[in-house]
Ligand binder design. Structure first.
Ligand SMILES: *[C@@H]1O[C@H](CO)[C@@H](O)[C@H](O)[C@H]1NC(C)=O
Ligand SMILES: *[C@@H]1O[C@H](CO)[C@@H](O)[C@H](O)[C@H]1NC(C)=O
Ligand SMILES: *[C@@H]1O[C@H](CO)[C@@H](O)[C@H](O)[C@H]1NC(C)=O
Ligand SMILES: *[C@@H]1O[C@H](CO)[C@@H](O)[C@H](O)[C@H]1NC(C)=O
Ligand SMILES: *[C@@H]1O[C@H](CO)[C@@H](O)[C@H](O)[C@H]1NC(C)=O
Ligand SMILES: *[C@@H]1O[C@H](CO)[C@@H](O)[C@H](O)[C@H]1NC(C)=O
Ligand SMILES: *[C@@H]1O[C@H](CO)[C@@H](O)[C@H](O)[C@H]1NC(C)=O
Ligand SMILES: *[C@@H]1O[C@H](CO)[C@@H](O)[C@H](O)[C@H]1NC(C)=O
Ligand SMILES: *[C@@H]1O[C@H](CO)[C@@H](O)[C@H](O)[C@H]1NC(C)=O
Ligand SMILES: *[C@@H]1O[C@H](CO)[C@@H](O)[C@H](O)[C@H]1NC(C)=O
Length: 583
């Protein structure tokens, strides 16, 4: 025993920081809408871990996080911040379009993100659905340093870069499942997007649907291919295969799936789409996506979140992974929050934003597709400490619950806690028919709950249908629970239904709008006028904003519901309070 202890301490003295403790940490490490994680350790940048996740139609796109301890993650920026980088993201269709599955890597002094801009199904030509793109940056703390993308042709998604020791660059990706289910790979010039040589079939997986999310590793004179299979729902899993050379032949690991929650009753389900990396002590870690909600798979409004689990990878073997749980143990680096950024710490329990003069929207705030920047003014003249929103013609559903031909005025942040309260104070005295501003719990254009102040005149059709209400009152507090069609997994179910109440507030009086997720199943909507207690307006069933590929965003909107109106909505005292997550 003595000799073992001595040997261990000598190793420690030999240059490996002794931060390896068996400490507990909580999953998810990136709670809320943070699917398809990819993470790396970058020794050249002060031993910092960097991660990126999918953003679908959210803009800015591809959030980038930094951490020194794998417990505290700070959003240090975004890869896509300029419309000129990727004009196509203005025209994506459907809730599952947009940016899928970034892979972040650091090579020879440069950060790289390879990802796919996905359009809707185009029945006549599926090739045009996938726009594969490569970004690079010399400083991820500065979002403006991310390049315009290099585009490359590949009929598929989940593309991931690989560098051979001699610097030759390759891509592995998932061939679109509608054509041939196959992980493919090829040499590519990352500076031009030019394909060099053939596209190689690498591995079809083990027969599960949608073999995807490949990452290629070279180790012990072999190539290891890590993939996801089974689709991103309850059958999701991580499989490994190994080959003596890059293009195969690959053979699946005897113990596949190496990581999955399928066929369990675990609270953390749908585990898959993993990435694998080492810390400075050589410990292996995996990140993956998971949905919290158990195998009933009904209530998971935050969608697919990012979890961390310890892994081990002995020489010549396949890796092993710990079962994903809410509280896990591992040899984590010691707590260190020295991240040189003013960005948001993911999972913060209290956020209070007062929109001070001279400030800008925080980098974790998102829009749907590209915003009209002029529609968001912080502290306009005469209205300090407000966020003024100019109404968009389109409301949050848009013309056809799929597209948005012009920008929608909406800005929000991810729901990161199962139970939370979000409220803002609104000063909105529009007299135009259908003028509306308020708060929303937003999953996608088909699924969102909006609590707004809306102006309706007696000539308005909607008002007419509420004949019983006082015609002298033109402003109302209205809850709309939009749940159209279905998401990929969601199902229609009863809601409290639309609700509308006359607003008894004098012009100039501010109204506070509030939503509280009182449980994992229910959002309650309330409002308060000055000096009065909150009054309930209605509620929504959280399963109505579950499902699909994305997760809920809470935020503010302003719209003319199809009309081009001009009265700005003034929001103040933005407050989000999350309660500690139930594990
Ligand atoms: C880490 O601690 C937990 C809880 O105390 C324990 O169950 C686990 O076996 C420990 N793991 C190691 C590798 O020591
Ligand atoms: C969006 O969907 C519409 C209707 O299906 C289609 O006509 C249009 O081409 C799609 N646009 C894109 C960019 O996918
Ligand atoms: C499909 O779209 C791609 C990319 O826009 C284009 O290069 C190709 O010619 C199209 N194929 C057909 C059959 O229209
Ligand atoms: C670089 O390495 C790859 C992988 O080992 C090999 O296939 C390729 O031929 C090498 N290229 C050059 C120019 O040496
Ligand atoms: C690494 O970067 C340096 C400086 O940018 C460049 O000169 C060199 O060719 C690069 N090496 C490889 C292997 O790409
Ligand atoms: C779950 O169980 C079913 C039925 O036994 C089986 O077909 C499937 O492969 C299992 N899934 C995983 C990921 O093990
Ligand atoms: C932190 O970032 C700022 C702005 O980029 C820079 O000026 C400063 O030198 C950095 N500080 C450290 C300790 O890296
Ligand atoms: C849009 O809503 C309509 C109902 O108004 C529904 O039939 C349709 O499926 C929805 N579209 C999508 C893409 O879900
Ligand atoms: C909420 O939605 C789920 C799933 O559709 C449904 O089973 C449940 O009955 C709904 N609850 C209420 C109170 O409507
Ligand atoms: C959205 O606006 C359109 C007009 O553009 C209107 O027909 C529709 O009722 C509104 N729907 C919702 C849910 O806001």
């Amino acid at each position: 025993m003595f000799f073992i202890a001595l040997a261990a301490s000598l190793v420690a003295l030999g240059g490996f920081p002794v931060a390896s403790l068996n400490v507990s940490y909580k999953n998810p490490i990136l709670p809320g809408f943070h699917p398809d994680p990819s993470c790396i350790l970058v020794r050249e940048w002060d031993d910092t871990f960097f991660c990126a996740t999918s953003s679908f139609n959210a803009v800015p796109g591809v959030p980038v996080f930094a951490s020194k301890d794998l417990q505290n993650f700070r959003q240090i920026g975004n890869v896509i911040t300029r419309q000129s980088q990727l004009p196509g993201l203005a025209t994506t269709n459907g809730s599952t379009s947009g940016i899928w599955a970034p892979t972040i890597r650091f090579q020879n002094g440069t950060f790289w993100v390879v990802t796919t801009l996905v359009y809707d199904h185009l029945p006549a030509n599926d090739t045009a659905r996938w726009d594969n793109i490569i970004f690079h940056s010399s400083d991820p703390y500065d979002s403006s340093s991310w390049s315009d993308p290099v585009h490359f042709a590949f009929e598929g998604y989940d593309t991931s870069p690989y560098w051979a020791a001699n610097g030759t660059t390759y891509i592995v990706g998932s061939h679109a499942w509608k054509i041939e289910e196959m992980i493919m790979g090829f040499q590519l010039d990352f500076s031009t997007g030019e394909l060099i040589g053939e596209i190689n079939d690498m591995w079809p997986g083990l027969g599960g649907i949608a073999p995807e999310a490949p990452h290629l590793f070279s180790r012990d004179d072999a190539f290891y291919l890590m993939i996801a299979e089974g689709g991103t729902g309850l059958g999701h899993k991580v499989n490994f295969a190994r080959a003596p050379s890059m293009w195969g032949p690959y053979e699946g690991a005897p113990n596949d799936p190496l990581l999955t929650a399928a066929n369990t009753s675990n609270y953390f389900q749908t585990v898959g789409h993993a990435d694998l990396f080492q810390d400075i002590n050589g410990n292996w870690w995996a990140v993956a996506l998971s949905t919290r909600g158990g195998s009933s798979y009904t209530y998971f409004p935050m969608g697919r979140e990012t979890i961390l689990t310890p892994a081990a990878w002995e020489e010549g073997q396949y890796p092993t992974f710990d079962v994903v749980e809410g509280i896990e143990h591992g040899p984590l680096p010691s707590v260190n929050k020295e991240i040189n950024s003013t960005g948001y710490w993911v999972g913060t329990t209290t956020e209070h934003i007062t929109f001070p003069i001279g400030s800008s929207l925080p980098s974790h705030f998102v829009h749907q597709r590209y915003p009209d920047p002029s529609a968001y003014i912080i502290s306009p003249a005469g209205h300090p400490n407000t966020l003024a929103l100019a109404p968009s013609v389109l409301n949050l559903t848009g013309p056809d619950n799929r597209t948005a031909s012009t920008p929608q005025t909406f800005v929000g942040r991810r729901q990161e806690h199962i139970e939370f309260t979000y409220q803002v104070t609104l000063d909105f005295d529009a007299t135009e028919d259908e003028a509306e501003a308020g708060i929303t719990v937003f999953l996608n254009q088909n699924q969102h709950f909006d609590l707004g102040i809306v102006t309706l005149t007696p000539s308005s059709a909607f008002h007419a249908s509420f004949d019983g209400y006082a015609h002298g009152t033109s402003r109302y507090v209205r809850l709309r629970t939009v749940s159209l069609g279905s998401t990929d997994f969601g199902a229609a179910s009863p809601l409290s239904g639309p609700a509308i109440v006359p607003l008894h507030a004098a012009p100039g009086e501010k109204v506070t709008l509030q939503v509280e997720a009182v449980s994992h199943t229910r959002y309650e909507f309330r409002y308060a006028t000055p000096g009065k207690a909150f009054e309930s307006v209605g509620w929504g069933n959280s399963s109505e904003v579950s499902g699909g590929f994305v997760g809920t965003i809470v935020g503010v909107f302003a719209t003319g519901n199809g009309r081009d109106l001009s009265t700005n909505a003034l929001f103040s005292d933005w407050t989000y309070k999350g309660r500690p997550n139930v594990l």
